[in-house]
Design a protein around this ligand. Structure first.
Ligand code: BEZ
Length: 393
């Protein structure tokens, strides 16, 4: 395999930007935020994707041409860029999408144009629920998959009351809904909840004060990227840890930016599908290769890009070479990777994977993660998904 690109890539991948597409190439649209509040996440997914293509694609006898587009964190921009990839660049498959809002915006064009999309982040439950499509296969997580087990786990720890906070957009609302449903079903009570304006909140102080005043035993949140760093630092400077311990989905303390949070993150307990301290030979090999290429430890966003590349290569290795055959092959992908055994649920096209509860602790070389529990892999409920079949020409 050789891979090339049609827009300037950064870092390692730029080495491969050598030529334009030919008729028998596989054209891959890479749709990620390279600007805005999730830009670091987009760059990290791309770093993992590049490594995955190099690691798994060496025996593949086709050329992969990458067409790179910046979705920003804006649904309308994501839609414009997806349309360009589908109609102008005529891509065979698309990879990426970080924001649940952007995924919601492009769902209909992906499904209608019958272009396979490998979702490498956005957890939007609807995309593998009521709006599922045989052309949308997720190798990342769903918003409820990460938060539902944490609701049960926290109630089982004897935490009787919580207050919740999240940004006001699809992912924030879905993550908190899933947590709340599981937590209350297990006997806990949510005493209060608020949603902060997405990409606009600089001062979380009033929200943290409200949570403290609620008398809850704990605070449960979803924040990611720059908002996670601001939230954790402000929570710490408020002295809120005293009396209101912080829990959440693990994007809050991602390896990608936990060292920007520093010791403010010490003691926060969260759940996620990947941490770099998972003890397995597959993860050790991935961590070593990612560190060698990027000079830092990988995060969940890196592993999602890496596994997206592996899923694509496995699909192409079956001989799939057009939109329809790639969509069909992607749904059958299964392998043991850095985060454990992964398979695609044929009912929804969502990934089935274990979830790890972890505590962020201060290590000798920066912040690190102690895994407290590995929660078994469970398929999401179908959530309204009646999977249409792939359209045959
Ligand atoms: C989302 O919008 O689905 C999302 C964004 C960042 C981290 C996790 C989920």
């Amino acid at each position: 395999m050789k891979f090339t690109c049609t827009a300037a890539l950064t870092g390692l991948a730029s080495l491969f930007c050598t030529q334009m597409a030919a008729a028998d190439d596989i054209d891959v649209g890479v749709l990620l935020p390279f600007s805005g509040v999730y830009a670091a996440l987009g760059n990290e997914i791309e770093a993992g994707f590049t490594l995955g293509l190099e690691t798994f694609g060496s025996d593949l006898d086709v050329e992969i041409v990458l067409h790179r587009e910046d979705t920003e964190v804006t649904p309308a921009t994501g839609l414009t860029r997806a349309r360009r990839l589908i109609l102008q660049d005529d891509v065979d498959v698309m990879v990426g999408i970080v924001s649940s809002g952007v995924l919601g915006a492009i769902r209909d064009i992906v499904h209608g144009a019958e272009v396979p999309l490998i979702v490498a982040n956005a957890g939007n439950d609807e995309a593998t629920g009521a709006d599922c499509s045989p052309y949308i296969t997720r190798v990342s997580f769903s918003n409820s998959q990460v938060n539902r087990p944490m609701g049960t786990w926290m109630a089982d720890q004897g935490i009787g009351t919580v207050y919740t906070l999240a940004p006001d957009y699809a992912a924030g609302r879905q993550m908190i809904d899933a947590f709340t449903a599981a937590y209350t079903a297990a006997g806990g009570t949510v005493v209060g909840s608020d949603f902060t304006p997405f990409q606009q909140t600089q001062d979380f102080g009033p929200y943290i004060a409200q949570a403290q005043a609620s008398g809850a035993e704990a605070l449960y949140v979803f924040y990611a990227g720059g908002e996670a760093i601001s939230f954790v630092n402000q929570y710490d400077s408020f002295g809120a840890a005293e009396g209101l311990p912080l829990y959440g989905s693990g994007f809050l303390t991602s390896q990608l930016y936990v060292n920007a949070e520093g010791e403010s993150a010490d003691g926060i307990v969260t759940a996620l599908h990947y941490v770099p301290t998972i003890d397995s030979p597959e993860n050790a090999a991935f961590v070593e290769a990612f560190q060698a290429a990027n000079d830092r430890l990988p995060s969940e966003f890196a592993v999602q890009g890496y596994d997206a590349a592996r899923a694509l290569i496995e699909a192409l290795s079956t001989g799939a070479n057009d939109r329809e055959s790639i969509a069909t092959a992607l749904r059958q992908v299964s392998f043991t990777g850095p985060r454990g055994l992964l398979s695609i649920d044929p009912v929804t096209n969502n990934l089935i994977q274990p979830i790890y509860v972890y505590e962020t602790v201060t290590g000798t070389d920066g912040m690190t993660q102690t895994v407290l529990a590995e929660l078994p892999a469970e398929a999401d409920p179908a959530n309204g998904c009646a999977m249409p079949s792939v359209v045959s020409n």
